[in-house]
Design a protein around this ligand. Structure first.
Ligand code: FA5
Length: 364
């Protein structure tokens, strides 16, 4: 359209509408952030069609000027809004374009076919041991359930490993654990912890209640290595202490953990048992993850695998750590990480876990 010497309202309104359409089309058709910026400058900047139209206003008939000015302004506002809507997207894309332009190629060779490989031997970088992987997965599962993770020393005093856990000296239940004592201090006063339960005592002793924690770690027993025993192995302990905690809460937590860790088809069940530090106590079992409960060699045909022990914290334990058992109640559980790894990986012999044979280790 050629510009008339004295553009009237009709001409300016039509030209503003055309500039708006063309401006939208330009903005919309940009395919890179740079093109969008250029289009923005062209259709909204000082040399844009709408800016030029503004300069013609002075030549328009006096009576038309106000309405013509309003038409140009309305087109400008509409175009600015349109550009603003698109520019959010472009801002994000601009960032991506900048990041990809700045990315450093750290690969050893460029893709060019002419380059010979550099001399040298490619070394395997290894990975975490099966037991460490299992421990990490357990921690992740419990953390996702709201537990914190705590640790304690592997060399313990008799107090933490036995006495505070309701086993005074010469208590017959001490015989449940074949203990390795250290030559330190008075005879049989310092030992390598036989289980992770002493960490419960340390946590409760700190007096920071409530407690929702798991405590993984290494344990030691004078057990002869065999297909299901190692003298050095790992356990994970769980402890909940709060007001109004019941046996039902414990069963619920164990079931939630079981389905979260093994999958929705694996469930848990409790069988009455005895531990000196819990009353009542139970063994907890899970559906055999190998045969999904139908019975196999791993579960001796029963469909269930015993995982560990659990129970309500005994009031004598609360008394040893000065927790008011009238106000607080709690539960604890503990199970073997190596045993769990053995079941899940279907290992016939737990001793493979200590062999350090790469042919075994690289399978996991
Ligand atoms: C205990 O050690 C209790 N402290 C567990 C507990 C915690 C009960 C809290 C109640 C409340 P137990 O001795 O059964 O319990 O050991 C628990 C698990 O450790 C066993 O089920 C087994 O999976 C593992 N375990 C025990 N001894 C060995 C061993 N020598 N080698 C490998 N794993 C073992």
């Amino acid at each position: 359209m050629t510009t008339p010497p004295n553009p009237d309202l009709e001409y300016i309104t039509a030209a503003a509408a055309a500039a708006l359409d063309e401006g939208r089309r330009r903005l919309d058709s940009a395919t890179t952030a740079a093109q969008f910026s250029e289009a923005e400058r062209d259709v909204l900047g000082k040399r844009s069609a709408l800016a030029t139209l503004n300069t013609l206003l002075g030549r328009a008939p006096q009576a038309d000027r106000k309405a013509a000015g309003a038409a140009i302004h309305a087109a400008l506002v509409a175009l600015r809004e349109f550009a603003a809507e698109l520019s959010g997207d472009w801002e994000a894309r601009r960032r991506e374009e900048r990041i990809s332009a700045e990315r450093l190629d750290l690969t050893e060779y460029s893709a060019g076919p002419a380059l010979p490989p550099l001399p040298g031997t490619r070394r395997g970088i290894g990975h975490l041991h099966l037991v460490t992987q299992t421990r990490d997965e357990l921690e992740d599962t419990f953390v996702a359930m709201g537990f914190t993770v705590a640790e304690g020393p592997e060399a313990e005093t008799d107090w933490y490993n036995f006495e505070a856990l309701n086993m005074p000296p010469a208590h017959p239940a001490r015989g449940m654990w074949d203990t390795l004592y250290l030559r330190l201090g008075p005879p049989e006063s310092v030992l390598l912890r036989t289980h992770t339960s002493p960490v419960q005592i340390r946590l409760m002793e700190s007096g920071q209640l409530p407690i929702y924690s798991v405590m993984p770690g290494r344990c030691y027993r004078r057990d002869t290595p065999d297909a299901r025993h190692l003298p050095v192995f790992h356990q994970i302990e769980g402890l909940v202490v709060d007001e109004g905690i019941t046996f039902g809460d414990m069963a619920g937590v164990i079931e939630s953990f079981t389905t979260a860790f093994f999958g929705p088809d694996i469930h848990s069940r409790l069988r009455p048992s005895y531990f000196p530090f819990t009353e009542p106590s139970a063994e907890f079992e899970v559906t055999c993850p190998i045969c999904s409960g139908s019975g196999c060699r791993t579960c001796s045909g029963s469909g269930w695998i015993e995982l560990g022990g659990c129970g309500m914290v005994d009031p004598n334990v609360f008394a040893a750590v000065h927790v008011d058992s009238e106000k607080y109640s709690g539960f604890a559980f503990g199970f073997g990480i190596d045993r769990l790894a053995q079941v899940r990986a279907e290992l016939s012999d737990m001793r493979h876990l200590l062999d350090n044979d790469v042919r075994f280790l690289t399978q996991f």
